[in-house]
Design a binder for this molecule. Structure first.
Ligand code: TYM
Length: 371
């Protein structure tokens, strides 16, 4: 999925205009970062994660893995969506700890804060201004039909707040404040991206072509949905915790969770279709085990000789091998609060360069030039 272009210029971007307009008053940032921005125009990438719990394998394979892959080639903006978390978690007592943890988890997974802008959503005030303007272009009917809104209404009937309703509008502001084209996300965010394109088109139609249409991105492949271990639904930060593998889980817990995964007595006919919960185990194995191992268990399944106990033991060990180095890195990064503070400050400073430039265009396009 690639955003529309004409004559090599992304749809919504003015011909001849760099996406990285750079004001002169940002001299605090390392020179190599500024040089990267000035270099040949790079396409812009943006994404975010809510600080509502420990990151899990779904967050990693749906989002963070792609952030890491994209950081070399693109101009990247990644943030911790603390404002979005208020729609479901209004108690802010633990917010600082949770924001720090998501930052540390991103870095432990390989994100390099020197190469990208890694920041906290609430530090970029321009997003809130853009959110306000976009709210005038978003309609109650369409917002009420959003799947995530309907889910949340079911989950928290006593707190159906306006922030929850306009969640996709704030997410759109997050993305287009940087005029991003690519948004690395998991499958569950597809509808939000579709709505973002609608809001962008309405804005551009009414006020002029300011924004490119953003698209969910996974290197030309289908968006990822990492299934839960119990065969129902997806891994999630706050639901279904025993069927979700968190990057913070210790080795024994990982083994316990994997060994509890649902199986059955095995296929009775050769080459039969896999039930969903078995397909899920293979999907998880595909993510962390080597190809030969997956192939062997696949053949065993097709020959009806598979031993699910052996398969789960193998999967558990491969998961431990995958998760434990990340978990240990997170611990060490978290112990350095000064470093995390610097990361956030620098990240916000970088994000502000691009947000400032976008908001100048927006205000001009909307004719807020009364002087
Ligand atoms: P959040 O915090 O729920 O999830 C963060 C990222 O992880 C992906 N993800 C998954 N991918 C595959 N399988 C799963 N089981 C799975 N669970 C989660 C999500 O798709 C997401 O990419 N609305 C966003 C946060 C946000 C945002 C943004 C994202 C705020 N502003 C701007 C992109 C751009 C969210 O709730 O993510």
């Amino acid at each position: 999925m690639v955003a529309g272009k004409s004559n090599g210029v992304p749809k919504g971007q003015r011909a001849g205009e760099s996406q990285s307009s750079m004001p002169a008053d940002h001299c605090q940032l390392p020179i190599h970062y500024l040089r990267r921005l000035m270099e040949k125009k790079k396409q812009i990438v943006m994404s975010g994660i809510r600080p509502t719990g420990f990151l899990h394998l779904g967050n990693y394979f749906g989002a963070v893995r792609n952030y890491v892959r994209m950081q070399e080639e693109y101009e990247c903006y990644f943030m911790v969506a603390d404002l979005h978390s208020l729609t479901t978690h209004p108690d802010t007592t633990e917010l600082k700890t949770n924001v720090h943890r998501v930052l540390a988890e991103n870095i432990a997974c390989g994100l390099n804060p020197d190469k990208v802008a890694l920041y906290c959503q609430s530090h970029l005030h321009e997003t809130c201004e853009l959110y306000l303007y976009l709210n005038m272009l978003a309609y109650k009917g369409e917002l009420e039909k959003t799947t995530t809104f309907k889910d949340k209404v079911r989950q928290q009937p006593d707190n159906v707040n306006a922030g929850l309703l306009t969640y996709p509008v704030l997410q759109t502001a997050d993305i287009i404040i940087h005029r991003a084209l690519y948004v690395p996300v998991g499958k569950d965010q597809e509808q939000h991206l579709e709505m973002a394109r609608n809001f962008v088109n309405r804005f551009n139609h009414r006020y002029g072509q300011i924004f490119p249409e953003p698209a969910a991105y996974n290197f030309g492949e289908k968006l990822v949905k990492v299934p839960s271990l119990d065969g129902s639904g997806k891994m999630s930060k706050s639901e279904n915790q025993f069927a979700t593998l968190y990057l913070n889980d210790d080795d024994e817990l990982i083994r316990k969770k994997v060994m509890r995964a649902r199986t059955d007595s095995g296929p009775t006919a050769t080459n039969s279709a896999k039930p969903d919960y078995i397909e899920n185990l293979f999907s998880l194995m595909n993510l962390v085990s080597n190809e030969g191992i997956v192939k062997k268990f696949d053949e065993d399944f097709n020959n009806c000789t598979i031993r699910y106990g052996d398969m789960k033991k193998q999967l558990a060990e491969d998961m431990v091998r995958f998760i434990s180095p990340i978990r240990e890195k997170v611990k060490s990064i978290l112990s350095n609060e000064k470093y995390l503070k610097e990361v956030m400050e620098k990240g916000a400073e970088k994000a502000r360069i691009s947000a400032d430039a976008t908001m100048k265009l927006v205000r001009e396009a909307m004719r807020f030039n009364y002087f």
